[in-house]
Design a protein around this ligand. Structure first.
Ligand SMILES: Nc1nc2c(ncn2[C@@H]2O[C@H](COP(=O)(O)OP(=O)(O)O)[C@@H](O)[C@H]2O)c(=O)[nH]1
Ligand SMILES: [Mg+2]
Length: 442
């Protein structure tokens, strides 16, 4: 996520940190770099200009320049300003507690609407609530089918009326939900490649007929500025209640995420971070700011783990990771969970300092399986205490798992590096922040 932007900002901050004393000129130079990085990430130029001006003004104050660690103070100001830019505090979506709650999902074609409908339905199902996935994108037969397949895969009810127009389908779906005690109705509306009036009229009609609790726009985070313009137009016509950023897992440049709130005034409520239905997070401006600044997002990681693994297990894992006391036994167990949690590289990006370390290592499923095979060829003693693995043990493990000694060595090396890195998390917690400020609020 935001790899390039994060890299650029890290470079700038590294320079700042290195300076014991800051002058106005140092700050202005850094702010020029920050502005450039934002523009390259396709952040709206007005937003970038305002952002930098505000950080600069706050940084040049005598209090910052004269403080013990001015570089870190400036970084803290950038962090806080980013949090503001992203909306300040998290705004949750309307809970599905008095049924039926209606979410209307809209956006351009391919932005990730149908996927989000599935994700929301699954999230709701995990809370033991009943959802109804409504096919209101009727112009492409494949779209109705896609929603049905998705609904079936998570065993959620699907609603469609052949031969009817979307506003009527949606209105009937809500009536059906009322009768059948369904908690949440999610409308998968049609998109187009570009905004057109016909589409907007239809969406306005749906809004009028069902009066949704949430009208959420799905904005593709890979598209930068375009997503912002789309959001503005949808907001003008429909009065959005929130934005769901999608595809934040990919090469999202940051432009959409950083500009959309400021330009439209619409809160970002959800973050879609992968193709799998479990890849949905509530949007937290402070966590996103930390991620953008390369400080990782340990809280989201832990929350994600909690959703998949049970709470007790997650707490145990967190503790072990932080104390770097976990061994290959734990590693094996966590591998199983990690598989359920989604792509490894998206997870490691959330851990402070890990995104960078793993940048050039593709941790794919195959590799994971090989790691598991190697660990399984170890004796319990070896798993608990990997330091005893000497040359002859390595040979045996390699043979047993059908791998080379090199592969075993590599795993041991990676494991060791990981242990060290996890150990660093506890020390890194406040890195880059003045004393008493905990960006991760653990
Ligand atoms: N990587 C990634 N892909 C996504 C995400 N959300 C949706 N997609 C993919 O984007 C494509 C379009 O999604 P879809 O939900 O069909 O878009 P729609 O046309 O707006 O309904 C599909 O291939 C999805 O798997 C996401 O958060 N991350
Ligand atoms: Mg669709």
């Amino acid at each position: 996520m935001f790899g390039q932007l994060t890299d650029k900002l890290e470079q700038t901050f590294k320079k700042l940190r290195g300076l014991g004393v800051l002058t106005e000129k140092n700050i202005k130079d850094s702010m020029r770099e920050v502005r450039q990085a934002l523009l390259e990430a396709d952040v709206n130029y007005k937003v970038a200009k305002r952002f930098v001006a505000s950080v600069q003004e706050k940084s040049i104050g005598a209090r910052v320049l004269k403080s013990i660690d001015p570089g870190q103070q400036v970084i803290k100001i950038v962090h806080d300003e980013l949090v503001e830019l992203l909306g300040g505090s998290a705004e949750p979506i309307a809970p599905a507690d008095k049924g039926p709650t209606v979410y209307m999902i809209c956006g351009l074609q391919g932005s990730g609407k149908t996927t989000l409908v599935g994700k929301l339905a699954l999230q709701n199902k995990r809370k033991n609530r009943k959802a109804l996935m409504v096919a209101a994108d009727i112009y492409r037969p494949a779209a109705v089918k896609q929603l049905k397949v998705l609904a079936d895969s998570i065993r959620v009810e699907h609603y469609y009326l052949e031969g009817k127009k979307p506003p009527e389908i949606c209105a009937e779906a809500v009536k059906y939900a009322e009768k059948n005690f369904i908690d949440l109705v999610i409308l998968d509306t049609a998109g187009r490649l570009h905004i057109d009036d016909e589409l907007m009229v239809e969406l306005e009609e749906i809004k009028k007929r069902v009066n949704p609790h949430e009208i959420l726009l799905v904005a593709d985070a890979m598209t930068g500025q375009d997503a912002v313009n789309v959001a503005r137009e949808f907001h003008e016509r429909l009065g959005l209640t929130g934005v769901a950023l999608s595809k934040l897992d990919g090469d999202a440049r940051g432009g959409a995420a950083l500009s959309i709130r400021e330009v439209t005034g619409c809160p970002i409520k959800l973050a879609s971070v992968g193709e799998k239905l479990s890849d949905l997070e509530a949007f937290h401006p402070d966590r996103m700011a930390s991620r953008i600044l390369g400080m990782g997002d340990i809280v989201s990681l832990v929350e994600k783990a909690e959703e998949t693994i049970d709470l007790e297990n997650a707490a145990r894992m967190q503790e072990k990771l932080l104390k770097s006391k976990f061994d290959f036994e734990d590693f094996l167990e966590q591998m199983g969970h990690l598989k359920k949690m989604g792509p490894l590289d998206s997870l490691v990006g959330m851990i402070p300092g890990m995104g960078k370390a793993f940048k050039n290592i593709q941790v794919d499923e195959k590799q994971m399986e090989r790691m598991v095979a190697i660990i399984k060829s170890m004796t319990l003693e070896e798993r608990r205490n990997p330091t005893i693995i000497d040359g002859s043990r390595k040979k045996r493990i390699a043979r047993g798992s059908g791998n080379s000694v090199q592969a075993v060595n590599q795993l041991l090396k990676q494991f060791h590096a990981m242990q060290k890195m996890f150990g660093n998390i506890s020390k890194m917690k406040f890195k880059g922040f003045p004393a008493g400020v905990n960006p991760f609020k653990l």
